[in-house]
Ligand binder design. Sequence first.
Ligand SMILES: *Cc1c(COP(=O)(O)O)cnc(C)c1O
Length: 362
Amino acid sequence: MAKVYNFSAGPAVLPHQVLAEAQSEMLDWHGSGMCVMEMSHRGKEFMEIIHDAEHDLRGLMGIPANYKVLFLQGGASQQFAQVPLNLLGERDSVDIVNTGHWSKLAIKEARRYAKVNVAASSEDRNFAYVPDEAGWQRDPKAAYLHYTSNETIGGLQFPFVPQSLPDVPLVCDMSSDFLSREVDVSQFGLIYAGAQKNIGPSGLVVLIVREDLLGKARADLPTMLNYQVHADADSMYNTPPTFPIYISGLVFKWLKEQGGVKSIATRNEEKAGLLNHVIESSEGFYHTHIDAPFRSRMNVVFRLKDEGLEETFLLEARKNGLIQLKGHRAVGGIRASIYNAMPIEGVKSLANFMQDFARIHG
Ligand SMILES: *Cc1c(COP(=O)(O)O)cnc(C)c1O
């Protein structure tokens, strides 16, 4: 088998151990004689799988008892509509912080249902920073404040959790840094994350919602979009994405074995530090426009001084087993996504390659 390090932004690399375990159980899950894909979602085998997945996730994040964990479908993108449709209640406006591509899509979709107050934006400097919270223009009557903790495409990450006002819960699109660092869930009203970045296979969205925020959905909402329906049915209103839930459960177990979120956060800092060091010490050969405190630990986005060399960089990287490093088509350049499952050896290998490349072409 080709040995590669996969820096894809998503669907992204999964822990080797998880894939090997899934392979060994593929034809016969725990003596059941069935593949997980073939099981009734209401049978005792799958009930055990989803129960363990939720239990392990609750343990990893310290999710308080008054929060529901939901396993949903439709991608993080569906949440851009589903959040306002479920949380607006009697209110008609929402606050959203604009820090890049994904925030903009959240704003665009929320505008279909609510007045959107862009509480802060860093578009003036091409999303190179997170605006200082002291200057945010917040609406005390907003149904919630929405922000994107990590902008996967731009490579911009919040180093802080915004304040939740007493009556304005905090909603976070945590798709690309979920489980990558410690968070205090009790500061949030709702957290959602598409699975294909840092959790498991695409097709699954994990949602954590405070119970008192349920039950506000508009009456004409399709049943399948109503959080309350899924919460009441423990994510079993209809057939959930069983295989992605199973794989995600294996990832949660793997993360526990790694020492949990605190340990992985330390390793993530170290990984991002290795690449940032190469960029900063390259005398301009590599550069990033993101201000230092806001550089993402998950998606290291950079350019070469000579942009004409980027194609060669990607080709040479590929020859060295370093794949899927191309930046998003919206911003170009190079992007190294180094989620939890990317081993430090992969990052070291990329850092060495970058230094060699700069020496040869600099
Ligand atoms: C990938 C991503 C999305 C979109 O996820 P889909 O599952 O493709 O809908 C939304 N927000 C962030 C921060 C992302 O990284």
